[in-house]
Design a protein around this ligand. Sequence first.
Ligand SMILES: [Zn+2]
Length: 427
Amino acid sequence: MNAPDTAALAASALPRIDAHRLWDSLMALAALGATPKGGVCRLALSDLDREARDLFVRWAREAGCTVRIDAIGNVFARRAGTEPGLPAVATGSHIDTQPTGGKFDGNYGVLAGLEVLRTLADHGVRTRAPLELCVWTNEEGSRFVPVMMGSGVYAGAFSLQHALDAADRDGVRVRDALAAIGYAGPEPAALADGAPRFGAFFEAHIEQGPVLEDAGDVIGVVTGALGQRWYDVVVTGLEAHAGPTPMDLRRDALQAALPLMQAVDRIARAEAPHARGTVGWAQVFPNSRNTIPGRVSFTVDFRHTDEAGLARMDGALREAIAQAQSDGRVAVSLTPVVHFPPAPFDPALVARVRAAAQRHGLPHRDIVSGAGHDAVYVARTAPAAMIFVPCKDGISHNEIEDARPEHLAAGCQVLLEAMLETAGRAA
Ligand SMILES: [Zn+2]
């Protein structure tokens, strides 16, 4: 068989994933670092992360995979194909969590991939291309920055040395934490250093937003990820006594900052529905009841489906800042801190996700990822796509994060079919 063909993939002829086994595995992994409120606290490269990795490696070997570990601690479980020369069709996500994280963020993508490999093994299905299941190191970025560390090193977004030198708040460096848990592997971590390039990469993930649940959809066909531009803004005026200083002689940094913060919201709304604009952190100095604020620092998080839109938002913000400074009472500094270009996913892979949802009559919609994911970095190196499933009330990065077993199973089945079609079923 040459080009795998969709017609051959009649739903009835396809192996079915085991929804109970998927759920049980999710719950078993969630027990490592379980919090009293039903969430998970399993920070990257902690002892709990080691336990979770060890469990994953055991499961992967039991499913017939070989396991390799690279220099940033990414774990790859490989299921051989009948044509070893073909690049692997890969899937995966992360198993580190936020300090008050949930059971599904990341873990679902890893265990959905595992369930795919287990199902293919159960049914004796062989693929032409090898399959790989990835556990990417430190996706969350809550203990070590940069976020999406393992996939970022792989894709060359930053260097291995930069990642290994990153330290947590206690001064523990990534290189030492990796060694301490036994996951400083021998394999090259970066594509540029010889890590293998995938033929395709799929990531299943809970949506982490409210769109699917609101629409009653089960599968989000993710067509790409929003680009992001983040900034630090500092407005400097002059602190003075709230009583003796008349209104027209003030250099009040907070009153100058407020219209800027509102501009962030307005700028994003002007690009609706393609944009987001958020001021998520602000600090007033000296933050005293009877002192006119002399300095206000705040963050700006802009997201947009396309680069030109991000550029328009950047321009509009700079215009608002120029306006705020025009009377000379305050000075405003704008420091760009992050720029992720928008990441469109591969149309052919996206179409396979959509076709699998249609094959099973699953309500689905095209959706753009507003959050960063490992797949966004991997997409810089190989064709990639994502599958979203709903999470309760759209809540994630929270201990009450929840998802329905039947939705998780549906997403896993879609993943299996998209991977099987891409890897090609061996005769
Ligand atoms: Zn995640």
